[in-house]
Design a protein around this ligand. Structure first.
Ligand code: SF4
Ligand code: SF4
Ligand code: SF4
Length: 292
């Protein structure tokens, strides 16, 4: 039973949030919403402990589809970045703002970028694409770098186009601010269509980048505006993968399988791409020495 303490704790945390919000906001939706998400995550952790290879993907589909289809399309709640600004400007502390507070702003102090690994509906689709691990070899092998001299490693791409995420973040804020300043009517409806069009664009750009850079998570690394919140907060995450240096034999396998190019053998908070870790556990599963 002790080995299941993590999923039980996770379920308890979500139930506490569910009941607290239900009672304080007098809205039973919160009880249903956070209980469902908590149950899905706890189920994934339980399956992971049982060594089910699809544990993460199951959670991702359970939570991602629920948010995209039920909350987004059926309930008309815009939970993209522009929806967050919209509800913030109206002073509404409801579903989208609570979602951001829990999953993307304060939650990452505890579970890092667990949102990106287990719940995001954009990555839910991108993770079906064929490039689960980015090609990190293009400049390491001399033959390859000659053949593919125009290609860039993820590190070079981060430097070159990583700024786009800040531009998208700023644009979303300007877009919503402009709607308010211009006193545009029926902003709620505009937000609904912004959610649909935004998602279509995210999927199209995400899929195109995945194929262009042979990296399913290229969109997450270079474009996604949510990382402007996620990265600084997850730097201080309580839950993070650590390396037992006594057991590690420096084989490099963990870095080969990491979809986010994290140097997980470095335990410092400033490790390379440390704020990109999505807690997918691929490194842990593949470490031959059980050092992670
Ligand atoms: S970086 Fe953005 S698109 Fe990628 S998983 Fe996280 S929230 Fe989703
Ligand atoms: S896979 Fe394990 S043993 Fe190999 S470098 Fe990573 S932590 Fe060390
Ligand atoms: S492979 Fe390990 S270091 Fe890389 S994102 Fe997944 S959990 Fe984080």
């Amino acid at each position: 039973m002790k080995k299941y303490s993590a999923p039980i704790l996770m379920l308890a945390i979500f139930e506490t949030v569910a009941v607290t919000l239900w009672l304080t906001k007098d809205n039973i939706f919160y009880l249903f919403n956070f209980s469902y998400i908590g149950f899905s995550i706890a189920l994934g952790m339980f399956l992971y402990i049982r060594k089910n290879d699809h544990a993460r993907r199951i959670v991702q589909l359970l939570v991602g589809l629920y948010m995209l289809i039920y909350l987004g399309l059926i309930c008309g709640e815009n939970m993209q970045i522009e929806g967050f600004w919209y509800y913030l400007f109206t002073g509404t502390f409801e579903a989208a703002t609570i979602h951001y507070a829990v999953a993307k702003i304060f939650g990452p102090l505890i579970f890092g970028r667990g949102w990106c690994g287990y719940a995001c509906w954009t990555a839910m689709v991108l993770d079906f694409l064929p490039y689960k691990v980015p090609d990190k070899t293009s400049v390491r092998s001399p033959e390859k770098s000659l053949e593919r001299s125009t290609e860039k490693t993820p590190a070079q791409l981060r430097k070159k186009i990583g700024w786009i995420r800040y531009a998208v973040f700023a644009l979303s804020l300007v877009f919503v601010a402009a709607l308010f300043l211009a006193h545009v009517g029926n902003i709620e409806k505009i937000m609904f269509w912004a959610f649909i069009i935004g998602n279509v664009l995210y999927y199209a750009v995400g899929i195109a980048l995945a194929f262009a850079y042979k990296d399913n998570r290229a969109f997450c690394k270079y474009i996604c505006p949510i990382t402007v919140f996620l990265k600084p907060m997850s730097r201080f995450a309580v839950m993070r993968v650590k390396c037992d240096e006594e057991k590690c034999v420096s084989c490099g396998r963990c870095k080969q399988v990491c979809p986010m190019d994290v140097d997980v053998t470095d335990n410092s908070r400033s490790r390379a791409n440390g704020t990109e870790c999505i807690l997918c556990m691929e490194c842990v599963k593949n470490c031959p020495k059980g050092a992670l």
